[in-house]
Every structure is written in C-alpha cells, then in structure tokens.
Write a protein that binds this ligand. Structure first.
Ligand code: NAD
Length: 417
C-alpha cells in the first residue's frame, strides 16, 4: 500500500490481521473484528459568538461491546475523520481487554480546532454533540471520557446535557469528570502515572535504572505534562519536551515544576527561559534513554524513524508510530511499549470512577493510585511473559492477548440470532 495514502485505520487493521494469524484464528474472526459494531456521523450546527452559523462534523464509533459497554474518549481536533475514530475505537477494545476492565471499545470526535473557539462556543458544540450522539451513549451502553482537545469541563457539560435529557442526574455516563461532580481522585494524572509506571519497568527491562536515566516527552497536554512531572519525580532527567508550537532542550534536565508554572501563564512551552528552544521534531530525535510520544498519531514514520536515538519508546499517545516506523525501530533493537498497554492507565481509572459513581462510594487518591499501579504492573508482566514465550514484539503480544480475550467473549456469548 502506498505510504502516502495509508491511514491509521490501515495500520490498526494490519495489527489485527497479524494477531489473528499468530493466534491461528480464521478469516471470519478478522471479519467480525475489523469493522465497528455501530457508528454514527452527526452534523453539529454551531451559533458562533458573532451570530453566524457553522456546521461541524462529529462521530461516535463503537468498535466492540462483547465484554461490556463501549468506552473511549472524545476528541476535539481539526484532523478528526471517521477512519481515525474507527482506529482509535478498535484500540480501545484491545486496551480494555488487555487491562481486563469490563468494557468494549469506542471513540468519538468533532472536527474542530478548539483553540479557535471561545469557551461559550465550545460549550455549545459539546452540548449539541452530546444530544446528537445521545441515543448511543449511557452508563450501560457507551461511556465517553476526555481525549485530545477535551477536558473535565467538557465531561461536566456532557454529563449535564445527557442528564437533562434523562430527567435525572446520570453520573456514570462519562468519566474524567471534575471531582466536584463525581470524578475520581487520581483520574487527571492516571494516564501519565500508567505511562511512567510502565516506562520505569521498561527501562529496568533494559537494565537501566530510573535514577539518572534521561527522557524526552512529545506533547505537553493532559498525558505529556503529567508524564514529564512524574518522570522527573521518579528520578529521570527530562532533557527535551515539546508541544504543537515547538520544543525545548536542556542538557542537565528541564525544571518541570517551573515549566508547568510557565505553561499555566503562557499556554505553551515556547519561550520558557531556562532551556534552549529547539524544533518540535528534534525532541523525537533526542539522545535519551526513554522517549514518550504523547501528542498525536503517526509522528514517527518511515521518513524519520531511523533518526530516533532513544533506547526505549513508551507510547503515551495512541498510534504515535506508523507500521513502517514500528518495523524500522524494532529492527534497530529499540524496546517499544505499545499504546494499548502503556497509556491504559486512563481507562483503568475511568473504570474505577464508573465503579465509584455507580456505588456512590469514593476511594482516596492513595487507594486509586495503588490499584492503578498494581493493574499496570500486572499487565506489563503478563505481556512481557507472553512475548518472551512466543518471541513476539510487545505490540504483537499485547494485541494477541487482547484479541484472544475478545474472541473468547464472542465464542461463549454465541451469535444472535
Ligand atoms: P491534550 O489535548 O491534552 O494534549 C495534546 C498535546 O499534544 C498538546 O500539548 C499539544 O500542543 C501537543 N501536540 C499536538 N500536536 C503536536 C505535534 N505535532 N508535536 C508536538 N506536540 C503536539 O491531549 P491528551 O489527552 O494529552 O492526549 C494526547 C495523546 O494521548 C492522544 O493520542 C490521546 O488519544 C492519548 N491518550 C489520552 C488519554 C487521556 O486520558 N487523556 C488516555 C489515553 C491516551
């Protein structure tokens, strides 16, 4: 396939096909799992603050619900398209199965650059999108969460809009809510905490200790920023970080607490005085032990993968490596921890939030973090053992384990009618 026209969905389907081949399952299983179970495309009419009207495309895809309700984030980004949402929904199915949380996989998005809209406009977009996808979502059906360009405020608006439609408060319809509205302690940093827990294990796998190792983080949003902070707290020196506007480098390690303060004031890492300004791409090529791409898909590809100097890559983002980059870096001996394992901390604590909301019984932050770390390390051990026993990459091992679990659920449920 021509790399120029290859999509993230092609990569996701190729991973599924390879897993089915390794597992010795038939082509009918590929047929069942390659296509989403349900999807909806919506048009969101938005009244802008100046009175004009714009119509934005939005989607919600449920890839698989055999093991439980659909689960997956909502993305507000100018690049959102249906194939991207389908791929992300498929990865959510694998992620939930791998971490053994009782959910299927789903994803949603609106094609909009949130930076170009006011808060009031974003609220109207969120509410209208929620009401358009309303028939599909619900605590027993499909439970959205934050992703690129959305946050706990977005979830509060979604929960409120859905609840108004139902006539009563439905806390369990979304996760990643503010603490004041039934959110879980520890949810905000959960994806980052999972990434760093796995990152430290992966470094150890390569005989590198956290203390004194070096890292680079691409993306300084909900995942990347928390990852940089927790890596620093774990004893690593974070030499390079970036966001969509540019990158930073400091050979002795960036002062992450100072950078966080700077970003809160200025909205970007660019201009931070205590580091050298570098190109965003250079962050991916930094000479470090651990690289955490935590921004968007496809940032490492056939055109740049050979330049990566990190020993270990832990995928904070979903799909940051194209299939070509994966092959090049595996061949070069880089240890790659796949997204469906590495960034699963968010869905694990989303599950904890849903459990707490359904029981109206809240855990402390320490309880949440301890249970999260326990699950992440258990999954890490299972995947590395599976990979070692079958001589598979961690990505293929994780995908095989997940596909096998979803296939088993299909088998025991049987086909209706
Ligand atoms: P976010 O919107 O909070 O942050 C995204 C960050 O990436 C921003 O700092 C943005 O400036 C930066 N960015 C965008 N394009 C970039 C580029 N080309 N180069 C460098 N930086 C760039 O989003 P997020 O929630 O942190 O999500 C990041 C990734 O992690 C996505 O792939 C998402 O699907 C994945 N993820 C998120 C969660 C979660 O709980 N939020 C859970 C699992 C996976």
């Amino acid at each position: 396939m021509d790399p120029a026209t290859r999509t993230v969905l092609d990569d996701a389907r190729e991973q599924l096909a390879q897993a089915i081949d390794v597992l010795g399952l038939g082509p009918e299983v590929f047929g069942m799992l390659a296509a989403p179970r349900r999807e909806i495309a919506v048009s969101i009419p938005l009244r802008r603050d100046d009175g004009s009207i714009e119509v934005l495309p939005g989607y919600r895809v449920q890839h698989n619900t055999s093991r439980g309700p659909g689960k997956g984030g909502v993305r507000f980004d100018a690049r959102v398209d249906i194939d991207e949402v389908r791929a992300l929904a498929m990865w959510m199915t694998w992620k939930c199965a791998l971490l053994d949380v009782p959910y299927g996989g789903a994803k949603g998005g609106v094609r909009v650059d949130p930076r170009a809209y006011s808060r009031a406009e974003l609220e109207r977009i969120t509410r209208r999108y929620t009401s358009e996808i309303g028939p599909l979502i619900g605590p027993e059906n499909d439970i959205p969460a934050p992703d690129i360009g959305t946050d706990e405020q977005t979830m509060a608006w979604m929960m409120d809009t859905y609840s108004v439609g139902q006539g009563h408060t439905v806390l369990g319809v979304v996760t990643g809510k503010p603490i004041a509205l039934g959110g879980s302690q520890g949810r905000a940093a959960s994806t980052s905490r999972g990434v760093v827990t796995i990152g430290v294990e992966a470094l150890r796998h390569r005989d590198l200790g956290a203390d004194g190792s070096t890292a680079a983080v691409q993306g300084f949003g909900k995942v990347g920023r928390g990852a940089a902070r927790l890596l620093h707290q774990a004893g690593l020196r974070v030499l390079a970080v970036s966001d969509v506007d540019g990158g930073l480098f400091h050979p002795g390690g960036i002062d992450i607490a100072a950078l966080e303060e700077y970003v809160d004031l200025h909205g970007s890492v660019v201009g931070f005085p205590d580091a050298e300004a570098i190109d965003g791409e250079a962050v991916l090529m930094a000479d470090v032990d651990l690289l955490v791409p935590a921004a968007i898909e496809g940032v490492l590809h056939a055109g740049n993968a050979a330049g990566v100097r990190a020993r270990v890559i832990v995928e904070g983002a979903n799909g940051p490596l194209t299939a070509d980059a994966d092959r090049i870096l595996e061949a070069a001996g880089v240890l790659i921890v796949p997204d469906i394992l590495a960034n699963a901390g968010g869905v694990v604590v989303s599950y904890f939030e849903w459990v707490q909301a359904n029981q109206s019984f809240w855990w402390t932050e320490d309880e949440v973090n301890e249970r999260l770390v326990h699950r992440m390390i258990k999954a890490w051990r299972e995947v590395t053992e599976y990979a070692g026993a079958r001589r598979l990459s961690l990505r293929m091992a994780a995908t095989c384990m997940a596909v096998e679990r979803v296939y088993q659920a299909h088998e025991v449920r049987g086909l209706y009618p």
